[in-house]
Design a protein around this ligand. Structure first.
Ligand code: AP5
Length: 220
């Protein structure tokens, strides 16, 4: 039976940082809607251009566009063992759509690790974030630096700062999160799927707590 995990948390909580270890441990596909939009933008698709107009303003891409993209993505062969959703769902409409999509695949959301981090920490994290445009690996100039400054440890690609990590866009993204995505905390808590994790702890401790939460659900 496939496993479906929703990684929930505000912008900069550490979802992308934690994703690599989770997908490797449980053999899941990593479906990050932000990464999918950025990939479309790099490939200059119509979807990429549409998404960029929202992303660069710190707004959410419309639900119908996002849901259609995820619906197509989760039918690909690499999703057969299950999926780690990173940055999706972000609205109640997306969460309802996800349940319906997974039901069509005879699956359901199994666990929702929620990485909780206060807003003031998020701004500091995002302003220092650098990432690899090739493999998506995420670093921080001081908290989590690459071995060689400015270069990805995994593939040697020069690291970049994201367009939407400018301070004014970060503030807008956090506002959008509070308005549209934070209601999902109660949504998944009511369904007894939420596991809250203190995201201000070290990357290693957060990682262990997420892996343990998923192991517990898989064992039950
Ligand atoms: P997306 O790419 O999903 O961005 P996000 O959710 O805003 O999350 P981030 O990638 O910014 O942060 P993260 O939680 O992954 O943190 P990270 O691991 O990098 O979305 C971008 C945009 O796309 C959205 O604004 C929207 O426009 C659009 N979009 C995407 N999905 C959508 C959807 N479903 N619907 C509509 N629109 C959508 O970590 C951050 C930094 O902190 C790093 O530098 C890292 O090294 C550091 N760090 C991580 N953990 C720790 C720790 N424990 N201690 C210290 N430092 C840490």
């Amino acid at each position: 039976m496939a496993t479906y995990i929703v990684l929930l948390g505000p912008p900069g909580a550490g979802k992308g940082t934690q994703a690599t270890q989770i997908v490797q441990t449980f053999g899941l596909a990593h479906v990050s809607t932000g990464d999918l939009f950025r990939e479309n933008l790099r490939n200059q698709t119509e979807l990429g251009q549409l998404a960029a107009s929202y992303m660069n303003a710190g707004k959410l891409v419309p639900d119908d566009v996002t849901i259609a993209m995820v619906r197509e993505r989760i039918t690909r062969p690499d999703c057969a063992q299950g999926v780690l959703f990173d940055g999706f769902p972000r609205t109640v409409a997306q969460a309802d759509a996800l349940s319906a999509m997974l039901a069509e695949l005879s699956g359901k959301v199994d666990c929702v690790p929620y990485i909780s981090v206060p807003a003031e920490v998020l701004v500091e994290r995002l302003s220092g974030r650098i990432s690899c445009p090739t493999c998506g690996r995420v670093y921080h100039v001081t908290n989590n630096p690459p071995k060689q400054p400015g270069v990805c440890d995994a593939d040697g690609t020069p690291l970049i700062q994201r367009e939407d990590d400018k301070p004014e866009t970060v503030r807008k993204r956090i506002e959008e999160y509070l308005k549209n995505t934070a209601p999902l905390i109660d949504y998944y808590r009511e369904r007894q799927l939420l596991v809250e994790i203190d995201g201000t702890q070290s990357i290693e401790v957060v990682s262990q707590q997420i892996l343990n939460a998923i192991r517990k659900v898989k064992a039950s």
